[in-house]
Ligand binder design. Structure first.
Ligand code: EPZ
Length: 420
């Protein structure tokens, strides 16, 4: 039975080197997109995490050959004929990113059916923008027994305006439009680095995607894509998590394999707090936090704003930064569940659904806490490393969903942490 708890003895300044893995939120969409290509796709920098394993199982049950190769790359080969349209519900409920099969399946075959996806408990996570997008491209969509069933008879290029720059909706529309005859355009598109990584991957396969990383993405549909070898970008959220852990423990660490530009919103805020960050060559960052830190205010926004996926970790850091800080969560409607857990550790935080006011304290104390979702769990490791005494984190499986070798990596930085 895999361990589901972590024990941390805090108060140790983190020191040493940590190497960042491929981005979960890039790898998942590259895996979903791979089924659009004829031949064997080989993906590098795919992190060995639970969410990737679940998506692999889903694809295998739908008739796709997926296997890890000796060099730790991932081989994906879809059959020429149509895939089973029914992704197994017991698996798709575990993984919101399974919703990305909607666009990649409609790109390669006339029918797709996915269950209303699960994932973190951080808000409603609707699919209205995904559905609006594929309908604009000619799919008819019906909701049957908690499943989204789509079929395209006469599909055609179209312009889609996204009311919110949804990452997943942008990705689904991009994938379907790549193999939909005619010209398509996505306005108010998401601009995350993972969107650019997907667009580059699709273009390498022979697609015609222009403007990824800006508000407007234009796509000319093609009839076939060929399989290629490609790499996921480094995980900016994993990197940011280790940066905050170094800041929260007054440590000094070297982070390898990052793209600094993807971390600028986080780097800017940490520098505002007084953390010294040096962007070295070859994608290395030196993070150094010796002096007392200053409180800051955070507003989460779609990229290039401060990432919502770093919000929980920031609450943990600010809880231990003397002074008054404010955090506004503008992306999800229920992403403050970690606050109750931080309060058990002595944090002084007042919050409503979107605003948290933190009275930072010089000391947090260890406690028994529970990971409510992936990033909250990672934030509790940050808090546990910074706190005095012992912290036990229950439901640590949430963390293993998205952080490769997290115990080994924190231990490599000197943290006293074990899974049990
Ligand atoms: C992706 O989720 C990421 N997941 C999330 O990371 C990340 O927090 C999020 O983007 C925002 O950056 C993956 O890439 C696998 P959204 P996604 O669609 O695509 C609303 C993590 O911790 N919305 O950009 O599901 C939605 O309710 C995870 O790694 C609609 O209203 O996020 C939310 O409020 C958590 N209608 C907002 O948009 C829709 O049809 C952002 O959602 C779709 C979304």
């Amino acid at each position: 039975m895999k361990s589901n708890r972590l024990r941390i003895k805090g108060g140790v300044p983190l020191r040493g080197k940590v190497s960042i893995s491929g981005a979960k939120n890039a790898a998942l969409v590259l895996i979903a997109a791979s089924i659009m290509a004829k031949g064997e796709t080989v993906l590098e920098q795919v992190p060995y995490i639970e969410d990737v394993q679940v998506l692999i199982q889903i694809l295998q049950k739908m008739g796709v050959q997926v296997r890890w190769k000796e060099d730790r790359s991932l081989s994906i080969q879809a059959p020429d004929e149509a895939l089973t349209i029914q992704a197994p519900q017991e698996l798709t409920r575990k993984l919101r990113a399974s919703n990305l099969l909607l666009g990649s399946m409609l790109a390669r075959q006339p029918e797709a059916a996915i269950s209303m996806p699960g994932g973190c408990d951080i808000g409603l996570r609707p699919m209205d923008l995904h559905i609006k997008g594929v309908q604009a491209l000619g799919a008819t969509v019906s909701i049957k027994r908690n499943r989204i069933c789509a079929e395209r008879k006469n599909y055609h290029g179209a312009a889609v305006y996204l009311d919110f720059p949804s990452v997943g909706a942008t990705e689904n529309i991009m994938m379907m439009a790549c193999m939909t005859p005619g010209e398509s355009m996505i306005e108010n598109a998401a601009k995350e680095p993972e969107i650019v990584n997907l667009a580059s991957f699709l273009n390498a396969m022979g697609a015609s995607v222009r403007g990824a990383g800006t508000d407007v993405i234009r796509i000319t549909g093609v009839s076939e894509l060929k399989a290629v070898r490609y790499a996921a970008i480094p995980d900016r959220i994993e990197a940011g998590t280790y940066m905050l852990a170094a800041a929260a423990t007054g440590g000094e660490i070297m982070i390898e394999n990052v793209i600094p530009q993807h971390l600028h919103p986080v780097i800017a805020k940490l520098r505002e707090m007084g953390v010294i960050i040096q962007e070295l060559d070859h994608g290395n960052l030196l993070v150094y936090a010796q002096d007392p830190l200053r409180p800051v205010d955070i507003k989460t926004m779609p990229y290039p704003g401060f990432p919502t996926d770093m919000q929980s970790q920031m609450l943990a850091l600010l809880a231990k930064t003397p002074g008054t800080s404010m955090v506004v969560e503008n992306v999800f409607e229920n992403r403050f569940r970690i606050i109750d857990e931080l309060r058990r550790m002595g944090a002084q935080i007042k919050a409503d659904s979107h605003l948290a006011v933190i009275e930072g304290r010089p000391v947090l104390h260890g406690a028994n806490v529970r990971a409510t979702d992936l990033r909250a769990g990672a934030a509790l490791i940050v808090a546990g490393c910074a706190a005095e005494g012992e912290t036990i984190i229950e439901d640590a499986v949430h963390i293993f969903r998205g952080y490769e070798s997290v115990v080994e990596k924190f231990r490599g930085l000197g943290a006293e942490i074990e899974a049990f």
